[in-house]
Structure formats: C-alpha cells, structure tokens
Design a protein. Structure first.
Length: 421
C-alpha cells in the first residue's frame, strides 16, 4: 500500500521522524524536571527504549521491549536512592509507551512470550510512581497504581482485539486465495477443455472413417492434422497464460490471461465450425460495440464457449448450431440474453428434461460452472431440450444500467445481426 490517508510513503516517513523527535524531546523535558543532568539522560534513555520498541521490526521487538522495561525499572530504583526527584511528573510519556508495549506484545507474540513482556511492563508501570518525592506517595499511590493496572488491562484487551482482527484478516486472505484458485481451476477447465475436445473429435473422426473403410485422403488428413495442431497450440497458449496468472495474479500475466470479450465470439464460432457443425452467430450490434462491463462480457463469452464444448462432446450428430446474443428488456433495465442451440438428435448428454444445474450426476462440471459464473453477475442459466429445435442452453444476465445506443456505421446490418425468437 503506497498511500495511507492520502499521504505518500515518503511523507509518512517524515511524519514518523518528526513524531519520534517530539516524543524524545518530551521525555527529555520530563527528565529535566529532576534538576539533574545525569538523571535527565537516564530518563531519556528509559523513555526512549519503549518508544523504540513500538517502531522496531517484529523480529527485534522482544529485545528492545525487554531493554525498555529493564531500563525503566533500573531508573526507578536508582531514583529511590538519590535525591533528584521530579516535582510534577513521574514520566507520563514513558508510561504511555509502556502501555503501548503491552498492546503490541499481546498482539504480535505467542501467549507465553506476550505474558512475559506484558508482565514486565506491568511491573515497570507499578513502580514508576516511586520516582515522585516520598511526600507524594500517600496521596498518589493509592489512586495511581490501580489506575495504571486498569490501563494495563485495557491495553491487554486492545491487544487481544487487534490479534483477533489480524487473525480474521488472515483467514479472509486465505479464503480469497482459495476462491481465486478455484476460479483459476474453472478457467483452466473451460479454456483447455474446449481445445482438447476439438482434438479428441478430430482424432475420433479419423479413426471412425478408417474403421468404416473410407480412410480420408492425404489432403483431408493434412487439414485434420492442421486443425489438431491449431487446437493444441491454443490449449498450450491458454495453459501458459493461466500459469502466468497463477504465478503473479497482479503482474503483467494478468493482462494476457485467457479471457474473452464479445468481439471474440465470431472468432470462437468460426474455429468451432472448422471442426464441427455449421455455426451461425447472431450478435446484437449494440453489444458488439463493446459497451458491456468487462465482467459481464467475459461471462457471456464463457457461456458460449462452454456450450459449444458441450455440443462437441454430447451432440456429435448435430448438423447446425446457432449462437444468439442479444439485448432484452426495456432501456432502463436491460439484460443480455444468450442462447446456444444445436439442431440435432439427443444423445447421452442431451435428455428431454431440463438439465439440473445444481448437484447431480447429469449436470456435469461445465453447466455447474456456468451457473456459478452467471450467479456471480446476477444472472441465471438453464439448459434442456426444446421441441422441434434441439438442445438449448439459455442465460439471462441483467445489466447494471442502460447501454448507450451506438451510431450506425457503414458496415452495420441490424437485420442480420439479430435473430427472431
């Protein structure tokens, strides 16, 4: 985090140095109230060490805090043996620093070590009032000592609260990382599975044709192997991009992670048609203009890609596939409608009943993943057989607001861009 409350890191360092100088000067001023230069120096050291413990690194906190507690007790003991006593203070800055040492010890250290550090600070806080003249003991000690103990108890409670808050944040961070890993696993299934399915389909086509006594010609084999090579290259590219994201989620690899926008749907359907049934894409020009939020555009692309992968897996006898992406609803509350229909007879994966997108052996990981992705952006996904059409996957994703109407260009063909329901 480069900024805190709008202050750059360099400004925070300057502020920290200024605060350290002012606090050290305050400790020295309290020591000067004793009227003795050696005692004033001792006060500066005993008050500066607890302050240093608050700013010390975690691996050095124990040593600096113990030194501060020991120095405070030693200075108090020496003052009880000398006549140099302050008249108005017993070390308020040092007392506050010792209380904050209790807070940091309870927050950062294991229970036994935190108890030892907090106990030492409590001893130093208990005896620090002995720095006052003996004539003040009877008047102040009965009130000051219980007040310091109560303040130490509050400091310990504050340290426990911060400790629990740190643990909660760490758990949230781990949960976020786990969710990110699961999301990457789904991405890997979608991206690589799409290309690997194309490779399997091409390989089966060659094997079945050869087994039926009609082996493909040399030219046909070259075309099939070229398609397999392209699908394999795309799968490797997707895997490399995903590994780059896993290595550095916020680094440069994240920008090149395998993803999809609506402008890529035409390329996706064209590649699918090369090794599968004829595919028709109907894309609303208002969506093709790129006005969708990135998360929704990526979700639409993933729904289309996974649906085409399922067609390749479960509807091998399909003759045609239609992909329809359009806007629906009024202009104030529009939604994106996505439908992928294969015009072929049912197979083992295509039954006459709508697919259950929850838990169950029939839904498959692909449809479950699509349902989860759509739910993340407030949408729904349904899948099932439609009489006279074939198997259809439909998704409805609401938009956060209206889309601007793009100006018609010379290449716009709104008649062919959308399909009738």
């Amino acid at each position: 985090m480069n900024q805190f409350f709008g202050v750059p890191a360099g400004g925070r360092r300057i502020a920290a140095v200024c605060a350290a100088v002012l606090l050290t000067a305050a400790v020295a001023t309290e020591g000067a109230d004793t009227g003795s230069v050696p005692v004033a120096i001792a006060w500066t050291v005993s008050g500066g060490l607890p302050l240093a413990a608050l700013a010390a690194r975690r691996d050095r906190f124990d040593a600096v805090a113990l030194a501060g507690v020991f120095a405070s007790c030693l200075v108090t003991l020496l003052e009880t043996r000398t006549g140099a006593r302050p008249e108005t203070t017993f070390g308020l800055v040092e007392t506050c620093a010792l209380l904050l040492v209790v807070v940091r010890a309870v927050r950062l250290r294991p229970p036994l070590r935190a108890t030892a550090l907090a106990g030492g600070a409590l001893v130093a806080l208990t005896v620090i009032v002995l720095r006052l003249p003996p004539s003040e003991y009877e008047r102040l000690v009965p009130f000051a000592v219980p007040a310091l103990w109560f303040a130490a108890a509050l400091a310990a409670v504050l340290g426990l609260y911060l400790r629990l808050l740190d643990r909660y944040r760490a758990q949230e961070h781990r949960a976020g990382l786990q969710a990110q890993r699961l999301d990457h696993a789904r991405e890997l299934h979608d991206f690589v599975g799409h290309h690997v399915t194309a490779i399997i389909a091409q390989s089966k086509a060659v094997r079945f044709a050869t087994a039926a006594g009609c082996p493909p010609s040399t030219q046909e084999l070259d075309g099939m192997f070229a398609a397999i090579e392209e699908a394999g290259s795309q799968a490797m590219q997707s895997m490399r991009s995903m590994v780059a994201v896993l290595r550095s989620p916020g680094g440069p690899g994240a920008a090149t992670a395998p993803g999809g926008e609506l402008a890529d749907l035409r390329t996706l359907t064209q590649r699918f048609a090369r090794t599968g049934p004829a595919t028709t894409l109907a894309l609303d020009p208002r969506l093709a203009a790129g006005g969708l939020p990135p998360g929704i555009a990526t979700t639409v692309h993933q729904i289309v890609r996974e649906s085409l992968t399922n067609v390749r897996k479960h509807a091998r006898r399909a003759k045609a596939v239609t992909v329809d992406v359009r806007l629906d609803g009024d202009t104030a509350r529009p939604a994106v409608l996505v439908s992928v229909t294969d015009e072929g007879p049912g197979t083992a994966g295509h039954t006459g009943e709508p697919a259950d997108l929850g838990d169950g052996p029939r839904s498959g990981y692909g449809l479950v993943g699509l349902s989860e992705r759509a739910a993340m952006v407030g949408g729904t996904v349904t899948a099932g057989a439609q009489a006279g059409v074939g198997w259809i996957v439909e998704a409805r994703i609401p938009l956060p607001g209206p889309l601007p109407e793009p100006p018609p260009g010379p290449g716009d063909d709104r008649t062919n861009a959308t399909l009738d329901a």
